[in-house]
Design a protein around this ligand. Structure first.
Ligand code: ADP
Ligand code: ZN
Length: 733
């Protein structure tokens, strides 16, 4: 919870020493002397000497009495950017404590854009001065003509507009005909306009929107779950609350999964607020990142739409956080500092004392249990906007479907596709597998083509003529002969990926216009936008897509969804496998029949009686979720119990195993806490590193983090060994 350190150091007694936290793997903050002529409120970003280097850090605390000032090195420089707020500093500490990471490593996620710590230099422009040129050449007169309006322009611009060389402009400056003028730096990002009016809300929507606006007005912390079937208008509702926050002069953070693909969302935002939001994700170009980071810190940027890392932006005056698709697995970072952006968004909101809105058509069980316990407030939109019906869902029993060998579409799905296409409507075939085939094997000797760096099969990508590892990215051309027995005609592709499915569809429906939508077939936001436009304009009949096609899009003409392998993702040791599969398939189903034409969904499954299929077909989510909840409660699994995954990895298999066993011997085991393993991870080799896992399981009332720290802090890692701690793990690979 917030440390109450809103008091900046008192003005009268100048601080002589401070502790500076560095975003480097060094123990704790270091003490530095503060030169007399500078002022460093807590949170200031400063330059300090470290060894022979100069590094940037943050003034974290006042210095202790134990170190005398003259023994310390001095701060070199204070950056010209607002200090990190006390709420953000408290957030760093909280994230570090909860996720068993160091404050330094969390701070590193904030201090990622060094260019942003200094203001842009003002632009040196020129304007007309009083002097007259002694000698008037044609070039010079062209310049004078342009500059006659008295406006200041950059020398480059003047030369370009007048069609003259730079020397002509310089000459006129020297002659006193032009003079220097300072232009303020460019206005960075366009501003959103809260005054624009959204669509008229339905009574349900209006009630939810009013509740959100109230929370924004109150400026107190509250977690609000905005649940509603796909297409019920959740986005419209929180747009209203964004407008409210903007009117109050606050900043808003909207977290989206798959942000780089969210072109429809951005277009809607721009239509509503008259300007696109500032974007924050890994593909944003460096210069724009600089502008966004600095704009967020100074308060100039009002709305940021971003991926999970946007949670670590230095908001100056945050008014609300929205986490859209809050159930989405991509909010979990399981690399470096492992954290769950949804959960940390709730923490940040509590420290900033603002509301946080968690949106989903299929909220996670964690969130639903928090609603039940009264920790979160619940808003529900029951119906689709405009009365569109939810699609009818049928299971296709693949054990009896009579699908031909080497084909993946059942006769009934083929028949439905025919009907759909004949009516001039669109279909989505969903298969969450990129490439042509997930496995290539030799019919003669049984050899399977595997990645040399990972315990994974190589996936064939036929378009590119490659076999590729989806974990480390390594690829090779498809071999002509089996690497083991050298047989030349024996390699066969096993199972379908989207490319192979496209092949079948093209064979069956030669006249249809079809396209694949997968993360590796889309080259970037422009590509996505083009594809989406094609679908919207009816220039496409069949879309074959992976998970990226499942999310958020709104396609009015799409009436049929065929889930090619509904069982995919159900096996494996993941306690959330059922919940995830249900969420994803529900989401995919939601793409069908979003407007007047009713939608239909066919789920191809070998287990039509499986609880997940049953829930999707009957639409009885309550029963499904109750069962899930009971199962988790009985097993003490999250959210009823707590887990932490520990992964030991390294290039020396023996050293990894030994460390894993050593850790196993000292692992926390006792009242309300137990450790399973060590055991080789399911992904026992990843990017050339061997991996072993341990899993700590604790009751909710056990101080899990303390136990983890006490256990792991004494561990010294030698050589290539790494230790990854993942509190509330989402992945068990
Ligand atoms: P969700 O976020 O719940 O999936 P959206 O906010 O995307 O739902 O709404 C689905 C579609 O319905 C969008 O095209 C949206 O513009 C439209 N819509 C929702 N509510 C209204 C409304 N009150 N008036 C007009 N259009 C609406
Ligand atoms: Zn690999």
């Amino acid at each position: 919870m917030p440390e109450n350190d809103t008091t900046e150091p008192a003005g009268e007694v100048p601080i002589e020493t401070v502790k500076v936290l560095l975003p480097l793997p060094v123990p704790g903050p270091y003490d530095y002397a503060v030169p007399d002529d500078i002022d460093v409120p807590l949170g200031s970003i400063v330059c300090v000497p470290l060894g022979s280097r100069e590094v940037t850090g943050v003034v974290w605390d006042e210095g202790g009495d134990d170190v005398s000032r003259d023994k310390l090195r001095s701060i070199l420089d204070v950056k010209d950017v607002p200090p990190l707020t006390s709420a953000l500093r408290a957030f760093v500490s909280w994230v570090a404590r909860y996720n068993v990471a160091t404050e330094s490593s969390v701070l590193r996620m904030i201090l990622r854009v060094p260019e942003a710590y200094d203001p842009l230099p003002p632009l040196k422009a020129l304007r007309r001065a009083a002097g007259e040129p002694a000698r008037l050449t044609p070039s010079r007169s062209r310049v004078l003509k342009i500059m006659a309006d008295g406006l200041a322009r950059l020398p480059k611009e003047i030369a370009f507009q007048a069609g003259v060389g730079a020397s002509v402009v310089k000459g006129l400056l020297k002659a006193g005909v032009l003079e220097e003028a300072i232009l303020p730096p460019r206005r960075l990002l366009p501003e959103s306009d809260p005054e624009t009016i959204g669509p008229e809300l339905s009574p349900d929507q209006a009630e939810a929107a009013a509740m959100l606006s109230e929370a924004v007005d109150a400026r107190t912390f509250e977690t609000i779950v905005l649940e509603g079937v796909t297409g019920s208008g959740k986005t419209e509702v929180y747009f209203d609350a964004i407008a409210r926050a903007l009117t109050l002069g606050c900043q808003v953070l909207v977290l989206l999964p798959e942000i780089a693909l969210s072109t429809q969302f951005l277009a809607r935002f721009e239509a509503r607020f008259g300007a696109p939001p500032a974007m924050w994700h890994s593909d944003v170009p460096r210069r724009l990142r600089r502008d966004v980071w600095r704009g967020v810190a100074t308060g100039d940027v009002r709305v940021v739409v971003g991926a999970r890392s946007a949670l670590f932006l230095p908001f100056e005056n945050l008014g609300m956080i929205v986490v859209d698709e809050e159930h989405d697995g991509s909010y979990k970072q399981d690399d470096g500092v492992c954290y769950h952006a949804r959960d940390m968004a709730v923490v940040r909101a509590s420290l900033e004392e603002v509301p946080v809105v968690l949106c989903s058509a299929t909220p996670s069980l964690e969130t639903l249990v928090n609603v039940e316990k009264g920790r979160y407030h619940h808003l529900y939109l029951a119906s689709r906007h405009g009365g569109a019906e939810l699609p009818e869902v049928q299971a296709v029993d693949m054990t009896r479907a009579g699908t031909e060998r080497g084909r993946w579409l059942s006769p009934s799905l083929v028949e439905s596709l025919k009907v759909c296409l004949d009516s001039g409507e669109q279909a989505l075939l969903y298969l969450n597998r990129r490439g042509y085939a997930p496995l290539t094997l030799c019919r003669t000797c049984g050899y399977r083509l595997a990645c040399p760096n990972c315990s994974a099969w190589l996936v064939e990508h036929r378009h590119r003529g490659r076999l590729q590892c989806h974990h480390c990215g390594i690829w090779s051309p498809r071999p002509k002969a089996c690497p083991q027995c050298s047989d030349t005609e024996s390699l066969v592709a096993c199972g379908p990926g989207v490319e192979r499915l496209a092949e079948e569809v093209a064979e069956r429906f030669p006249d249809s216009r079809l396209e694949i939508m997968a993360s590796d077939t889309l080259m970037g936001p422009d590509d996505v936008a083009a594809l989406i436009r094609k679908i919207e304009y009816g220039e496409l009949d069949i879309l074959i897509g992976t998970q990226v096609a499942a999310k958020g899009h709104h396609f009015p003409m799409l009436t049929l969804v065929g889930v090619v392998d509904a069982d995919l993702g159900l096996d494996g040791g993941d306690p959330r496998a059922m919940e995830r599969t249900w969420q994803l398939l529900h989401q995919v189903s939601g793409r069908a029949g979003r407007e007047e034409r009713p939608g239909k969904v066919l789920l191809q499954t070998y287990e039509p009686g499986h609880p997940v299929m049953h829930a999707l077909v009957t639409g009885d989510r309550e029963q499904f979720l109750d069962r899930e909840k009971q199962g988790r409660e009985q097993a003490g699994m999250p959210p009823f119990g707590r887990l932490a995954g520990i992964v030991v990895s390294g290039t020396d298999e023996g050293a990894v195993r030994r460390l894993a066993h050593d850790l196993g011997n000292t692992a926390p085991r006792g009242r309300g806490i137990d450790t399973f393993g060590p055991a080789p991870a399911p992904l026992s080799l990843l990017r050339g590193r061997f991996r072993w896992r341990l899993l700590v399981k604790a009751d909710r009332d056990v101080a899990l983090q303390n136990a983890l720290r006490a256990w792991l802090e004494p561990v010294r890692l030698k050589g290539s060994l790494r230790l990854q701690v993942d509190v509330d793990p989402q992945s068990f690979l």
